[in-house]
Ligand binder design. Structure first.
Ligand SMILES: [Ca+2]
Length: 489
């Protein structure tokens, strides 16, 4: 009894939902299908797969029936556990069928599914107005005609923080939607190939699918739609990176298809290669806040590098644009990598939120740098910086510890204890020298310091860099007025 309680506590921590019923264990309690079919396995129960690779009968075409259950790995939040908990369909069928009217508490969490192959669709099929949650799964190298990884037919699953990579299909190599309003959020959809079209997502649909903060790159549609194909559908695409996808017609997104129904796409706060958008006559694509910049992923994954202009470029109202469909987008939402979805001044575009791991031991550090533009040809004398600490007063800060970018000391400091602010000034000439060779037009500068008791803190703010046209900064000194004769306290 005590062990059962312990496992329930662990489950609550892992999946973040209310405690369910019994947890069954595979393979200890039988094959996956055998456990689902047990008379004592009821709606509300969970099935935990131990790390390992599962294939063949009992692990192929696994059907939830009408049971509202969650099938998960031992720790869906641990990428190593997810990578080690594998259902290998060995090209003999698909992995899961969920078509019993399941609710959002049911579904899949933290599994890796590979080598699914079925004429209709590859790995997971969701049907019959079911609304399960498919969370933190990796689906790789699966193939099917309609939906290489996931097919949604008259259903509204939530597909979140999943990685769909290297799948193939005739249409919709990542996800194929025909009917329903699925929400696809914080997912990576990359390197999938569709022979007819829609390397990432195909939507032929009466419903309102929403794609929210996904990173969709390097997919390939042979003729049509490298990434997303909206055909006779009403779709919302928000906060998403569509980049470097490939097709003859509409490499990033193709709006419209052969169907006679109208197609309306709202695309807002996305980063998309505009030349990759193809809109057929009488179809509509509209939106606000979209940008077109190299996302500047970090080497080897889909995180944003510090210079990426996708940082803080999402909806300033954090999801208000998609609020109807995303009632579940909360302050504690996680990005693909498990970091806070909302970090810094605003939500970022893409599946990964730029997140500085170590912000120091003194909590709640916040810095505001101003002016907001560093004019490399200007006559600004100081960069001002206001430092506040959520849990500490400004009188606790050691003013001699303050550094900009780990090197530059302030030339002036003053504590305003009444409002708990420390204001410092940095010499702008020194700041300009620091950033003049910075490759982007915005720069995030880190301010660090310590309390008198030794606790460190760190926080950053982002500024624009203004360079006069044709100037690369190499003759800057000729144009800067010499204001250096009276600095310091
Ligand atoms: Ca942000």
């Amino acid at each position: 009894m005590k062990m059962l309680n312990m496992s329930l506590v662990a489950v609550v921590a892992a999946v973040g939902c209310t405690a369910w019923g019994t947890t069954f264990y595979v393979p200890a309690d039988g094959t996956l299908q055998a456990v689902i079919d047990r008379g004592d396995c009821k709606s509300g129960d969970e099935i935990e797969l131990a790390a390992g690779t599962y294939s063949g009968p009992g692990y192929l075409n696994v059907d939830f029936g009408v049971k509202n259950i969650l099938v998960r790995s031992a720790d869906p939040d641990d990428p190593e556990v997810v990578a080690a908990t594998v259902i290998d369909c060995q090209g003999a069928g698909r992995a899961f069928v969920i078509q019993g009217g399941q609710t959002a508490e049911a579904g899949l969490a933290g599994l890796t599914i590979i080598n699914g192959n079925r004429s209709s669709n590859g790995a997971v099929y969701v049907n019959n107005w079911s609304t399960p949650t498919i969370s933190r799964c990796v689906i790789r190298n699966c193939t099917g005609m309609m939906g290489g990884a996931i097919a949604v037919s008259n259903a509204s699953p939530t597909i979140e923080r999943c990685q769909l990579v290297g799948n193939s299909a005739t249409s919709g190599a990542g996800i194929y939607i025909t009917g329903g309003s699925p929400v696809i959020k914080n997912c990576i959809i990359s390197n999938n190939v569709a022979s007819h079209g829609a390397g990432a997502i195909y939507s032929l649909n009466i419903g309102h699918p929403v794609v929210w903060h996904c990173t969709i790159t390097d997919n390939y549609g042979t003729g049509n739609a490298g990434a997303i194909w909206c055909s006779s559908t009403n779709m919302g695409i928000y906060g998403t990176i569509l980049w470097n996808n490939n097709a003859t017609k509409g490499p990033e997104i193709l709006v419209g298809g052969a169907g006679s129904l109208s197609t309306v796409v709202d695309m807002s706060y996305c980063n998309v290669l505009l030349s990759g958008i193809y809109i057929l006559p009488q179809r509509i694509l509209s939106g606000v806040g979209n940008i077109e910049v190299d996302p500047m992923f970090t080497e080897g994954d889909w995180r944003l590098s510090a210079e990426s202009l996708c940082i803080d470029a999402g909806d300033p109202d954090y999801g208000a644009f998609a609020a109807d469909a995303l009632a579940q987008a909360k302050e504690d939402e996680k990005d693909f990598y498990g970091n806070p979805r909302l970090s810094g001044a605003a939500v970022d575009i893409g599946a990964a939120e730029y997140f500085v791991e170590d912000v120091g031991e003194a909590e709640g550090a916040n810095v505001r740098l101003w002016p907001k533009v560093i004019n490399l040809r200007g006559q600004q004398k100081f960069l001002f910086c206001t430092i506040t600490l959520g849990g500490h007063g400004s009188d606790e800060i050691d003013v001699d510890s303050i550094l900009l970018e780990g090197t530059l000391e302030p030339v002036w400091t003053k504590k305003f204890n009444r409002v708990n602010e420390l204001v410092v000034r940095f010499d702008m000439d020194s700041v300009a020298k620091m950033v003049m060779d910075h490759p982007a037009d915005t720069v995030t500068l880190v301010v660090q310091g310590a309390l008198l008791n030794g606790e460190a803190f760190e926080a950053s703010d982002t500024l624009k860099i203004y360079r006069q046209k044709g100037n690369q900064g190499n003759n800057k000194n000729q144009n800067v007025k010499d204001n250096s004769n009276k600095k310091g306290k």
